[in-house]
Design a binder for this molecule. Structure first.
Ligand code: XMP
Length: 607
């Protein structure tokens, strides 16, 4: 068997991401719970330990801990974020509660002597996501990196081979994270013999065992996750035992149903298309809360499934498969210590019940998006399917924001805490905080806060700067979690009044968003930019300005590899100008904005 690295899961989103990074270097990484007895570590195949980040504070009463004797095993250890603080706290250093925290990009300046930083430039960008900080490192540790706000950003104990960094090495936006891991693996001296081909072989065995004599039934969405799951199962079990069902939820992109039907059938798989748009939309009437919307969509999916089972008498001999990937499970609070960010429909309570009963099979649940694509290529799927932008299961349903009460705010009104439009100030310049909320993620916790319009924006500036500006503002004001730039508008002059409309999801609103989304997709293709971004949600919010129109569109171009962290897709301004002008031609649109928030502190989707 393989030599390996153990990742100790201190909670949050990170342990699996670290494992993913290590596996990419062809080294087996296993995630172990922090309560694992020390005896288990005394295995000659184990060559090193990584302590992950986590949402807790070492000061919390029930803060996650592992056996401190782990530091005496003689294995190289690398602590990251919470791991960094846990090492300090356990070995006699001092951790203090931070005031504001540090989220997003940070410039790390390191001392060349640090063995983990071999071949890493002296200054480089890493991602930070913490509140507490190390004031005094534990005895014997040598400090070897700083950022502007963090003096003890990395240190190591030369005799004990213990290394630790406050910044995250595993998120893709940390420029040299991979290099640092590579250096750590060299220090561990672990063999590099784990590959995706071997993962596939092992997965095939597992699936055959789990499925036994049963057949499998799977909802296909056209996205890469469900397509790869479907084709993997079809390859292992044959098309007669695997039934794909494409549900047209009425919340699909324009032209999606035809495209998916044609492409998948070409591959020889068994696919049925069900038109259920009316049912979904009628269930969503008068539903305003984002979590409730997800639940309604999830339940409707299950109802459709149940009806299908009943009609075809599939109850006993069938299992339900899902194309769940790893980020879907952790962001729902799936791992031991993760905070709940939002509920994915494939973790709705009824689905969870089926999972608990062993009736669900999730063949790619341990993979990240990039690995799913690698697997798709290994299975020989066409590029058009493997390299599509991801699209969430609940579809446009999570991109149409709803609101229950009408509201109008003028520039002269100072509103209460709840809806603080026009009230925040920076350098004496007020900026407008929209009276609607969207989901974000900060320090592993879910936030539900307002977006702010950045004012005085010079559109010749690189988007990186605007993204930085948004991060600063969000780190400064607890009320907001996104920064927006106004691209184009259907009114003249400044924003003097903001109207919030009472709206749930309706056929009309779906059509408006489909049209805007289609303009974005077509322009991306026409301008050869489709592959320059990882994903590009368009979002509809029931807000208008200066009494023009009823809706506003947000453009959310994303640059990411695995959706765990993301920055704004750096597309040219002329592209944004072109789509904004196109979208404004549509009826009811008041303005078009660009979301310039990274993840964290924003999430990719608005809900
Ligand atoms: P967030 O918004 O959490 O999104 O940064 C991360 C990735 O997950 C997708 N996403 C979903 N996919 N069901 C899905 O199947 C969902 O409910 C859901 N919510 C977000 C999102 O599009 C992005 O790729």
């Amino acid at each position: 068997m393989y030599e390996k690295i153990i990742i100790l899961d201190f909670g949050g989103q990170y342990a699996h991401l670290i494992a993913n990074r290590i596996r990419r270097q062809n080294v087996l990484a296993e995630i172990w719970d922090i309560s694992t007895p020390l005896e288990k570590f005394k295995d000659e195949k184990i060559k090193g330990i990584i302590m992950s980040g986590g949402p807790q504070s070492v000061f919390a009463k029930d803060s996650p801990k592992c056996d401190k004797k782990i530091f005496d095993l003689g294995l190289p250890i690398l602590g990251i974020c919470y791991g960094h603080q846990f090492i300090t706290h356990s070995l006699g250093g001092k951790v203090i509660p931070g005031k504001k925290g540090e989220f997003g990009r940070a410039e790390v300046i390191h001392n060349k002597e640090f063995p983990l930083f071999k071949d890493v430039p002296e200054k480089s960008i890493f991602w930070m996501n913490h509140v507490d900080e190390v004031e005094i490192p534990a005895p014997g540790f040598i400090v070897c990196a700083q950022t502007e706000h963090c003096q003890n950003a990395a240190f190591y104990h030369p005799d004990k081979n213990i290394f630790s960094t406050q910044f995250h090495l595993e998120v893709t936006h940390s420029e040299f994270g991979t290099k640092v891991f590579e250096n750590f693996l060299k220090i561990c001296g672990v063999a590099r013999d784990w590959t995706m081909e071997k993962f596939l072989e092992e997965e095939k065995k597992k699936i055959k065992e789990q499925v036994g004599e049963k057949n499998v039934f799977l909802f296909v969405s056209g996205g890469v996750d469900s397509t790869v799951s479907f084709m993997l199962l079809t390859e292992i079990l044959g098309p007669k035992r695997v039934k794909g069902l494409f549900v047209d939820t009425g919340l699909m992109r324009k032209g999606e149903v035809d495209f998916v039907g044609t492409e998948i059938r070409k591959l020889g798989a068994d696919l049925t298309i069900l038109e259920e748009g009316e049912r979904f939309l009628s269930n969503l009437q008068n539903i305003y809360d984002p979590e409730q919307k997800r639940e309604v969509i999830g339940h409707t999916f299950l109802d459709v499934q149940r009806d299908f089972f009943t009609k075809h008498d599939l109850h006993e001999n069938w299992l339900l498969a899902q194309g769940t990937i790893y980020p879907d499970t952790i962001e729902t609070g799936g791992t031991a210590h993760a905070d709940k960010i939002k509920t994915h429909h494939n973790r709705a309570p009824e689905v969870q019940k089926l999972i608990d009963e062993g009736k669900i099979i999730e063949p790619i649940k341990e993979l990240y998006k990039d690995e799913v694509r690698a697997l798709g290529e290994l299975l020989g799927l066409p590029k058009e399917l493997v390299w599509r932008h991801p699209f969430p299961g609940p579809g446009l349903g999570v991109r149409i924001l709803c609101n229950e009460e009408e509201l109008s705010i003028t520039k002269d009104e100072l509103l209460d805490d709840k809806i603080s439009a026009f009230t925040l100030q920076k350098n004496k310049k007020p900026f407008i905080v929209l009276p609607i909320k969207s989901v974000g993620v900060q320090g592993d916790f879910r936030t539900y806060r307002h977006p702010a319009i950045l004012t005085g924006i010079d559109k010749s500036k690189p988007l990186e700067e605007l993204e930085k500006h948004a991060t600063n503002l969000i780190n400064h004001y607890a009320k907001i979690n996104r920064g927006l730039v106004l691209l184009d508008k259907n009114f003249s002059g400044e924003i003097k009044e903001v109207q919030l409309h009472k709206k749930s999801i309706t056929t009309d609103r779906v059509k408006i968003l489909q049209t805007a989304d289609d303009i974005v997709s077509r322009t991306l293709q026409e301008m050869n930019l489709y592959e320059k971004v990882w994903q590009f949600p368009t979002v509809l919010i029931p807000i208008s300005f200066n009494k023009t129109g009823e809706e506003t569109i947000i453009l959310r171009p994303i640059d990411s590899i695995d959706a765990m962290s993301a920055s704004v897709g750096k597309l040219p301004w002329d592209f944004f100008a072109k789509i904004a002008a196109g979208i404004l031609q549509e009826e009811k649109i008041s303005a078009v904005f660009l979301d310039v928030t990274s993840k964290p502190p924003g999430t990719i989707e608005w809900e």
